[in-house]
Design a protein around this ligand. Structure first.
Ligand code: IPM
Ligand code: MN
Length: 347
């Protein structure tokens, strides 16, 4: 089974074993388009920061699918279960049917590894706002409930359901409360559309209120998702932690990136907070095939995602130094490799 990138194999012990601690075993999926380019810089920066990593590279994504039909074999997922974390660049290539790689690879990772929290921080480079979106990552419309009836006929029906379980909603909301409680502002906003999605919205609001009773020191708020779109643009400083469902979180976090310095710096973590398996870290941006291979992509989002990964693995000091080295991104201009070099040089 061709799991490993030919030739690349394992890159042992980044940091040259400066410490006696066991290295973190990281699965790395560069993926498609600009993915491999930005991931190379993230690895370079982690190496410079002295992180002790044992990297296994995987050749997966749209390009691999077009080459030999492989998307994500279960054997690879099983191999990942024994790892400490996964770092992904971006997946998606022209010529691959819509949804095939998204469902077959990215969502399969989220579902199979139970990465039920998607954490996306938005810290404006000029310091005007600093908030985190906690997006439920395994349910909602992403669960894939639905189907066709009379497909291709004038009476065709397509349904797409939203799956919301008490268990799934509650564990995500609890994570958000824990996070809000640990932050200085201690503020959590539920974002939904309770005025129209009266079933799912009711479950989310009730669960939110019940869990809130256990976190009295956390101030809470509720915004409809459409209103939240306005606030993201005109008063994002009102937010500290936001918790929301999968699809709202997907859309809101693209807007979050757009008002927080752009997608070149938006990082994310697909987390299994129970740590029963590896969590997966990736920039929010996609594979950008139009600029692939041109050394043009901003690697900061990938570097910050790698920092989030190290944070999650308990390497808080290394992660903080990496984040500091990425701060004031306006001062980091140039090609993908120049920015990576400049960040690495600051470490
Ligand atoms: C994201 C992406 C994915 C999503 C796609 C590629 C399936 O947009 O991570 O935000 O919708 O979750
Ligand atoms: Mn998205």
């Amino acid at each position: 089974m061709p799991a490993r990138t030919a030739g690349a194999g394992r890159v042992r012990a980044i940091g040259q074993g400066k410490r006696d601690l066991v290295a973190h075993r990281i699965g790395v999926i560069g993926g498609d388009g600009i993915g491999p380019e930005v991931i190379a810089e993230a690895l370079k920066v982690m190496r410079s920061a002295g992180a002790d990593l044992d990297v296994v590279e995987y050749d997966l994504g749209g390009a691999r699918y077009l080459r030999d039909g492989t998307v994500l074999p279960d054997e690879i997922v099983d191999e990942w279960r024994g790892m400490d974390a996964l770092l992904l660049g971006a997946v998606g290539a022209p010529g691959v049917p819509p949804g095939l790689i998204e469902r077959g690879l990215l969502l399969k990772m989220r579902f199979d590894l139970d990465l039920y929290v998607n954490q996306r921080p938005f810290v404006h480079p000029e310091g005007s706002h600093d908030f985190v979106v906690i997006r439920e990552n395994t349910e909602g419309t992403y669960a894939g409930e639905g189907g066709f009836l009379r497909k291709g006929t004038p009476h065709e029906i397509a349904t797409q359901g939203s799956v919301n379980t008490r268990f799934g909603v509650e564990r995500c909301i609890r994570y958000a409360f824990e996070l809000a409680q640990a932050r200085s502002s201690k503020h959590l906003t539920l974002v939904h559309k309770t005025n129209v999605l009266t079933f799912a919205g009711d479950l989310w609001q009730r669960t939110f209120d019940e869990v809130a009773a256990e976190y009295r020191d956390v101030e809470t708020a509720y915004n409809h998702v459409d209103a939240a779109c306005i606030y993201f643009v005109d008063s994002p400083e009102r937010y500290d932690v936001i918790v929301t469902d999968n699809l709202f979180g997907d859309i809101l976090t693209d807007l979050g990136g757009a008002v927080s310095g752009g997608h070149g710096i938006s990082s994310s973590g697909n987390l299994n907070p129970d740590r029963t398996g590896p969590s997966m870290f990736e920039p929010v941006h996609g594979s950008a095939p139009d600029i692939a291979g041109q050394n043009k992509a901003n690697p900061i989002a990938a570097i910050l995602s790698a920092a989030m990964m190290l944070d999650f693995l308990g390497e808080t000091e290394v992660a903080e130094r990496m984040r500091k080295a990425c701060a004031q991104p306006g001062t980091l201009i140039g090609s993908t490799t120049q920015i990576g070099d400049a960040v690495a040089a600051r470490l």
